[in-house]
Design a protein around this ligand. Structure first.
Ligand SMILES: C[S@@+](CC[C@H](N)C(=O)[O-])C[C@H]1O[C@@H](n2cnc3c(N)ncnc32)[C@H](O)[C@@H]1O
Length: 185
């Protein structure tokens, strides 16, 4: 899917897509740099869009590490299904991150090691963001890490209500420049 189609999805679903362009590969690298790929058994990704972060997770993961990918936009989901049809140990779900607890239960997974999020918390409804963050707390093991990016730090204190420890990094080679929040309980 080209950037034009990403833009089209933004025009049709502005609040859910939350950006007019996919993230840069630079931001993708910074999003995953805190992940210990040797020890991670399960990695969840929310809102992969066209798969910029997914690509990095696939390239760096141990083949035994299971990736669980949740995308609620049907067009992006179909694109990802086609793009990664040959990948093993990867589950792509067309559904909302709000329902992650239910999906993991269906997969018999109790806890995951990392959640990598591309969700636009700045434009999602507050109730949906609340549900997603509460459920993310539930599925992360005690040393689990929630990694998200935002274009401003406005949502930092909101996220801190769920994850009190947040390390912030910045990536300026992204359009627009972005902050990476590495969040723990
Ligand atoms: C800002 S885009 C990020 C796309 C990609 N991660 C990137 O950085 O290029 C946000 C993505 O989150 C998806 N999304 C929004 N709300 C969602 C939800 N509740 N559950 C799963 N995906 C969601 C959108 O469809 C979109 O693909």
């Amino acid at each position: 899917m080209k950037a034009v189609s990403f833009l089209f999805q933004y025009i049709v679903h502005p609040k859910e897509v939350g950006a007019i362009l996919p993230s840069s590969t630079y931001l993708g690298n910074k999003m995953i740099e805190g992940i210990n790929f040797h020890t991670a058994k399960y990695i969840v990704e929310y809102g992969p869009g066209t798969g910029v972060f997914t690509e990095k997770l696939i390239l760096n993961r141990d083949p035994q590490t299971k990736l669980i990918i949740l995308e609620n936009n049907k067009q992006f989901y179909m694109l990802l299904k086609e793009k990664y049809k040959h990948e093993t140990n990867m589950i792509i779900i067309n559904g909302s991150a709000e329902n992650i607890v239910k999906y993991l239960k269906e997969l018999d997974i109790l806890y995951v090691d990392y959640v990598v999020s591309g969700l636009p918390f700045a434009s999602l409804p507050v109730q949906a963001s609340n549900n997603i963050l509460i459920n993310t707390q539930k599925i992360l093991g005690k040393d689990g890490v929630f990694i998200t990016f935002q274009y401003t730090k406005l949502k930092k204190s909101f996220i801190e209500q769920f994850f009190p420890k947040i390390k912030v990094k910045r990536e300026i080679r992204n359009m627009p420049p972005a902050y990476i929040f590495q969040c723990t309980k």
